[in-house]
Write a protein that binds this ligand. Structure first.
Ligand code: NDP
Length: 332
């Protein structure tokens, strides 16, 4: 018999509205940037995705270039859909993106209409889907008129390839301009996906106020700073199965500095005083922002997903915990 997800999966997960749209995202989203590539164990991938869905995670985040090799995360997710999730297609939100280098030549990168439409058609084929729920422009393109990129997003929705559109890595001002163009076209921008964690806080001043004003939902990626805000690197040796040891991504052993570890250790002590793990404190910290609809985590093991899900069941951080964390972060 085919796989059956847990009956009570929607009971404990919050589903905040994504900005002023009708779409509600699970407070935890699962991203497939790492651990879902061509060389990663497909059974482990299935286990992670199934654990997430079993515990109320409905929102899955991909991009054309996730792998390695580029495209393989979408192909693998397509297999998981086929094997496990297909009967529940209407209970999940699938997001993908285009904007970084995907294929050679002038039409496989940035933000032209030519690239975005072709890339999404390729993504749909890899995943075996008729449409995605959210299509993001992955990064601003200084070389293409913003009007063209936004018109491409509008076309993508009108042609049925995506239900909603969003922006990723657009700052406050860029988001405001893009949202205005999309509004005029009649396809609202409902979501902005940007990096936000206790260690990377630039969005707090520039972007988050714009998201609140414009009614755009924030999705915070790398809320655990790729694992630095967890117990992963707190021991004396670099764990062999960790992202930093893997050598394929942007987190390198040299990024695990004594200074960062000092902050992580102090935050870990604070987290434990409050009866939670460092990862849970870090996720609750991001989630406390009213503009943030969902924290977008990565996971190499099902247990990491469970830890994040559990954090969403905890009460919001209180003023004392926030002040104590701020005092530690001020040392950076
Ligand atoms: P995180 O900051 O959540 O880092 C995830 C990594 O942290 C995991 O792979 C794991 O690393 C470690 N980890 C997670 N949970 C725990 C835990 N409970 N205890 C210990 N270690 C833990 O997010 P990512 O950097 O992976 O980004 C998440 C998603 O955001 C991506 O998959 C992608 O969808 C999206 N993203 C979007 C970008 C954009 O430009 N729009 C850019 C980057 C990401 P380990 O492998 O060591 O176990």
């Amino acid at each position: 018999m085919s796989w059956q997800p847990a009956e009570g999966r929607y009971q404990a997960m919050p589903y905040p509205r994504c900005g002023r749209s009708g779409l509600r995202l699970s407070a935890v989203s699962l991203g497939l940037w790492h651990n879902f590539g061509g060389a990663d164990d497909v059974e482990r991938q299935r286990e992670i995705v199934r654990t997430a869905f079993d515990h109320g995670v409905t929102s899955f985040d991909l991009a054309n270039n996730y792998g390695p090799p580029p495209g393989s995360a979408e192909s693998n997710f397509g297999r998981i859909l086929e094997l496990d999730l297909r009967p529940w297609r209407d209970q999940i939100v699938v997001a993908t993106k285009a904007g970084y280098t995907m294929w050679p030549g002038p039409y496989g990168d940035w933000g032209s209409r030519k690239y975005l439409v072709a890339s999404l058609d390729q993504s749909l084929k890899r995943m075996g889907l008729d449409y995605v729920d959210i299509f993001y422009h992955h990064r601003p393109d200084p070389g293409t008129p913003l009007e063209e990129t936004m018109a491409a997003l509008d076309f993508i929705v009108r042609s049925g390839r995506a239900l909603y559109v969003g922006l990723s890595n657009y700052d406050g001002e860029q988001t405001r301009r893009a949202a205005q163009i999309l509004r005029q076209l009649g396809t609202p921008c409902i979501v902005n996906q940007s990096r936000y964690s206790m260690l990377v806080r630039q969005v707090e001043t520039g972007l988050l106020p714009v998201l609140e004003e414009e009614g755009i939902g924030g999705v915070a990626f790398s809320p655990l700073a790729q694992g630095l805000l967890s117990d992963r690197y707190l021991g004396s040796a670099l764990p062999g199965d960790s992202r930093a040891a893997g050598g394929v991504g942007f987190l390198r052993p040299e990024h695990i500095t004594e200074e960062r570890l000092g902050v992580a250790r102090a935050l870990d002590a604070l987290a434990r005083e409050g009866g939670q793990s460092l990862a849970q404190l870090a996720l609750r910290w991001v989630r406390r922002q009213p503009a943030i609809a969902s924290v977008l985590i990565g996971a190499s093991k099902p247990a990491q997903v469970l830890e994040a899900v559990e954090a969403m069941r905890m009460a919001p951080l209180d003023a004392g915990q926030i002040a104590a964390a701020e005092a530690i972060l001020a040392r950076q």
